[in-house]
Write a protein that binds this ligand. Structure first.
Ligand code: UD1
Ligand code: CA
Length: 462
C-alpha cells in the first residue's frame, strides 16, 4: 500500500495575527507541522513533499531536509489547488496514490491515513475525501451530496445558506490518483469569492468526468481540526494534551487532574509515577518509574531517575537527576546539572552547571554554580559559591564528606578537601586541606550588660 504525501504549508495564517509562520506555532511542545509529517511516515509514505511559502526559510530550518522529505516553494499563495499543482515535477511516481494533508491540521492519526489509502484502493476511487460531521462547521468546506454520492465541495465563503447548514465538512485530507490529480488541476480556475485556485474543485471535475469519488467519514471530528486562529490553537493543544495524558495513564502513570497537567508529546513517564495538577513537563523529558512530581513543577529536557520526588514549584531544565533524588519545594535546577543518586536539593536552592554526587545534601537557600560536589557532602543553609568575578566564571570543588557551615561564601576558584569542615559564616578564598577546619569569621566580642545599659538610657529619655 505504497503512497506519496503532499503537505500544504505555504499559507500565511493571517488570522493568527503573528510574525511566526502558522505551521510553526507549537502544539504540545512541537511545531504543528511536525505532526502530519510524523503520522504520514508512520503510515508508510514513500516520499513527502512540503509546500512552503510564507516564512519558507524558517519552516525549512525547523524540518530539516532528509531522504524522503523535500520542499517546493510557492512564491505567491494563490490557493490550495495552486499549491498542489506546483508539486507535479517533484512527485517521483505518479502511478501511486497521493495523500494530501494540511500543515495546519496536526491531529490527524496515522491509522486514519492508512484507512483512507486502503479504502481509496479497494473502492478504485479517483479521489477519496476524508470528511467528518462538525457541530460547528463554520469555516470548513461543506460536502455536497446527491444521495450517497459526493458531488462537490463548497467553501464557506461561496456557500448558500442551505449549504452552510450542512454539517459534513471537508477535512482537507484526500487520497487522489496521481495521474488524475495533475490533469484535473489544469481545469481548476479561480472564479470564486476568494479569487483562489481551490483544490476542492477537483471533486466536481471528477463528477463531470464520471470518475469515482467517495468520502470516508471519520467518527472523531477532533482529528480534522484545522488551526486558523489562536482559539483553534488552544483547542488543538487541549485535544492533543488529552491524547497524551490518556496514553500515559494507560501506561500506568497516575495523573491526578489531567485537564490541568501540561505534558509535551515528546515526554516519557514510567509506571507508578504520580503527576500532580499544574505540573508542566516539556521537550524531551524522561521521568522514571515511581517518581512523584508535585504541583506547579516545570521540567524541561531533563531526565529524572526512578523513585525521585520533585516537590512543589520547582523549575528543572536540561539536567539529569538520578534515582531516589529529592528536590524542592521551590528549587531551581539550571542547565547542565547532574544530581546523583539519593542526593537532596532542598527549598529555595539554585543549582547551575554543577555535579552533586551521591548522598550529598544542599538543603536550604543556597546557590551552587559551576561546582563539583563529592559524595556525602553537607552544604549548610545559605551557602554561596561565588563563581563570577564580573568577567569570568570559576569552578568550586568540594570533595567527599566535606561539611560546609551555614552562611559560607566559597570564592572560586577554590577547593575544599575531603572531610574538611568550613566554619559557619566563613568566606573561603584558598584551598582547604583534607580533614582540616577552615574558619574566617572574626572572634566574638562580649560586653557585659551593654544591652541592658542601652535600654535603661533610652527609658530615661522618655
Ligand atoms: C481548506 C479547504 C476546506 C477545508 C479546510 C480544512 C480549500 C479551498 N479549502 O480551507 O474545504 O474544510 O481546508 O481545514 O482547499 N495553503 C498553501 N498555499 C495556498 C493556500 C493554502 O500551502 O496558496 C496551505 C495552508 O498553509 C494550509 C492549508 O493549505 O496549511 C489549507 O489552507 P487554508 O487557507 O487554511 O484553507 P482553509 O480555508 O482552511
Ligand atoms: Ca485551514
Amino acid at each position: 500500500m505504497s503512497f506519496s504525501t503532499i503537505i500544504l504549508a505555504a499559507g500565511k495564517g493571517t488570522r493568527m495575527k503573528s510574525s511566526l509562520p502558522k505551521v510553526l506555532h507549537a502544539v504540545c511542545g512541537r511545531p504543528m507541522i511536525d505532526y502530519p509529517l510524523i503520522e504520514a511516515k508512520k503510515a508508510g509514505t514513500k516520499e513527502i513533499i512540503v509546500v512552503i511559502g510564507h516564512g519558507a526559510e524558517a519552516v525549512k530550518a525547523s524540518l530539516k531536509e532528509e531522504g524522503q522529505l523535500s520542499f517546493i516553494i510557492q512564491e505567491e499563495q494563490l490557493g490550495t489547488g495552486h499549491a498542489v499543482k506546483i508539486t507535479e515535477n517533484a512527485i517521483k511516481d505518479k502511478d501511486l496514490p497521493i495523500v494530501i494533508l494540511c500543515g495546519d491540521a496536526p491531529l490527524i492519526r496515522s491509522s486514519t491515513i492508512s484507512r483512507l489509502v486502503s479504502s481509496h484502493i479497494e473502492n478504485r476511487n479517483v479521489v477519496t475525501v476524508l470528511t467528518a460531521d462538525m457541530d460547528r462547521p463554520a469555516g470548513y468546506g461543506r460536502i455536497i451530496k446527491d444521495g450517497s454520492e459526493i458531488r462537490k465541495i463548497v467553501e464557506e465563503k461561496d456557500a448558500t445558506y442551505e449549504e452552510k447548514c450542512i454539517s459534513e465538512v471537508n477535512s482537507g485530507v484526500y487520497c487522489v490518483d496521481g495521474r488524475f490529480l495533475f490533469e484535473a488541476l489544469k481545469k481548476v480556475g479561480s472564479n470564486n469569492a476568494q479569487g483562489e485556485y481551490y483544490l476542492t474543485d477537483i471533486i466536481a471535475i471528477c463528477g463531470d468526468s464520471k470518475l469515482k469519488v467517495s468520502s470516508s467519514r471519520l467518527v472523531d471530528s477532533g482529528e480534522i481540526l484545522g488551526i486558523n486562529s489562536r482559539k483553534d490553537l488552544a483547542e488543538a493543544n487541549r485535544l492533543m494534551r488529552e491524547r497524551i495524558t490518556d496514553r500515559l495513564m494507560e501506561g500506568g502513570v497516575s495523573i491526578l487532574d489531567p485537564d490541568n497537567t501540561y505534558i509535551d508529546s515528546g515526554v516519557e513517564i514510567g509506571s507508578d509515577a504520580i503527576i500532580y495538577p499544574q505540573a508542566r513537563l516539556e521537550g524531551s523529558t524522561f521521568i522514571g518509574n515511581g517518581c512523584i512530581i508535585e504541583t506547579g513543577t516545570q521540567i524541561k529536557d531533563s531526565k529524572i531517575g526512578d523513585d525521585s520526588h520533585i516537590k512543589p514549584y520547582c523549575v528543572i531544565s536540561e539536567s539529569v537527576l538520578e534515582g531516589q533524588t529529592t528536590v524542592g519545594p521551590f528549587a531551581h535546577i539550571r542547565p547542565h546539572s547532574h544530581i546523583k543518586r539519593k542526593a537532596k536539593v532542598g527549598n529555595f536552592v539554585e543549582i547551575k552547571k554543577s555535579v552533586i554526587d551521591e548522598g550529598s545534601k544542599v538543603n536550604h537557600l543556597s546557590y551552587i554554580g559551576d561546582s563539583e560536589i563529592g559524595r556525602d557532602v553537607n552544604i549548610g543553609a545559605g551557602t554561596i559559591t561565588c563563581n563570577y568575578d564580573g568577567y569570568n566564571k570559576f569552578k568550586t570543588t568540594i570533595e567527599d564528606g566535606a561539611f560546609i557551615g551555614s552562611g559560607s561564601n566559597l570564592v572560586a576558584p577554590v577547593t575544599v578537601g575531603k572531610g574538611a569542615i568550613i566554619g559557619a559564616g566563613s568566606t573561603i578564598t584558598k584551598t582547604v586541606a583534607q580533614d582540616s577546619l577552615a574558619l574566617t569569621r572574626a572572634d566574638q566580642r562580649a560586653v557585659k550588660d551593654w544591652a541592658k545599659k542601652k535600654r535603661e538610657k533610652a527609658m530615661e529619655k522618655d
